[in-house]
Design a binder for this molecule. Sequence first.
Ligand code: CAA
Length: 255
Amino acid sequence: MNNLKIERDGAVVTVRLHRPHVLNALSGELLAELLDALRPLDQDPEVGCFVLTGSDKVFAAGADIKEMAGKTAAEMAAEDYFGTWEGFTTLRTPKIAAVNGYALGGGCELAMMCDLVIAGESAVFGQPEIKLGVIPGIGGTQRLTRLVGRAKAMDLILTGRTMDAREAESCGLVSRVVPDDQVLPEALRAAATIASYGRPAVTAARECVDRALETGLRDGLLFERRVFHALFATDDQKEGMTAFLEKRAPVFKGR
Ligand code: CAA
């Protein structure tokens, strides 16, 4: 692997983006490596959470501008450029973005594809594509607007300005802000917590929360209720509720 460093500690897999010479710019090769590495791990029942991180200076400074600068519109369409990133969102294992430094353009979009975003106080978020004569292309106009609302999304996307971690937290892009040196430890603790729960409930929770961004309230509530009912077919539901009543810690089996 040329662009990533991957470590596994029990149920938690940490992926470090590693293209320091271009501030972790997200190339096609990087994405291919990411998906090749994560797809088998996504099928591993012993893996409970992915943590995606960068360096102290940068999470990712966006899509690789050098890679796409000379392409024609026909080439972009023929390759369905950026279409492959959907593969990242279809991974069912929870994903935490642990962000230090710049999360710009595709870097911000990648963070938004994760389930939690834990940011250091010095982290910087933005969609500066307008400055390059383009627009966000990996979900920035869609996910950012759903997460932070139209007013803030328009501001960021039309002016290309960045926002700091506190602003990103206050508008709903970031889950937690912590001191810079606590980003990865905090993300690993959150990952271990998530991984300790039953996989069916975790998957159901993710799918229901994401459904809220995609559907109307009535359909969403029905979807949630049906998924809630279905969890009563799992051993983990019986174990979780029995353990509570017996005043002991549950032992989830992931089924
Ligand atoms: N793609 C390719 N190379 C990049 C890059 C990117 N997104 N971002 C930085 N680099 C390269 C620079 O070209 C530079 O290379 P050289 O040393 O060969 O000159 C190297 O990384 C270091 O960058 P800087 O010298 O610019 O570092 P800096 O600390 O002065 O500035 C920065 C940091 C503010 C993040 C600045 O690099 C920057 O503005 N980067 C581009 C941010 C951007 O526009 N992102 C959006 C990309 S398009 C996109 O993402 C579309 C989409 O929707 C997916």
